[in-house]
Design a protein around this ligand. Sequence first.
Ligand code: GDP
Length: 173
Amino acid sequence: MSNTSSFKLVLLGESAVGKSSLVLQFVKQQFDEYRESTIGAAFLTQTVKVEDGSNVKFEIWDTAGQERYKSLAPMYYRGAQCAVVVYDITNYGSLEKAKSWITELQRQADPDIIIAVCGNKSDLAERRAVTSDQVQKMFEGEEGLLFVETSAKSGDGVQALFTVLAEKLHNSP
Ligand code: GDP
């Protein structure tokens, strides 16, 4: 019998960077260009098997809309063991916004929170406005952040993101 541990994960980032689409791709392997954006938080769970055969269950709080209700954000990330801060690789401003979310998490969230910085929309490479050098520079001197690029549209990197997080959560003390 395999054991399962549950972890609360929150998604943060500027509106329209693809937070809800990432969750939809991860949980249902779907992409819907015309899906209406979420108001408030949606809640979904998904389980990932890690290397030693254990299960890691993500309890995902999609905080879509929190950028409009910023004062609600602490309610979402309170008690979260894991955060995915998303920017859009075609929108430099969304990287700056990601940086400010990370600063807020470092000040206010659980000090052991595991944070991934996720550059989404990697399928739009021809419209890229954020290079890996710029990302490195933006987060210079920060320790413990995971960096990934994903496409919620094609699915590229999405399972990998959550698998890396699952391994890290499973192996953290
Ligand atoms: P949210 O507000 O951050 O939750 O963003 P949504 O998930 O609602 O996505 C915003 C828009 O970007 C929608 O039109 C999505 O179809 C589109 N989108 C999301 N992820 C991707 C992606 O990886 N590639 C492309 N090309 N479009 C995406």
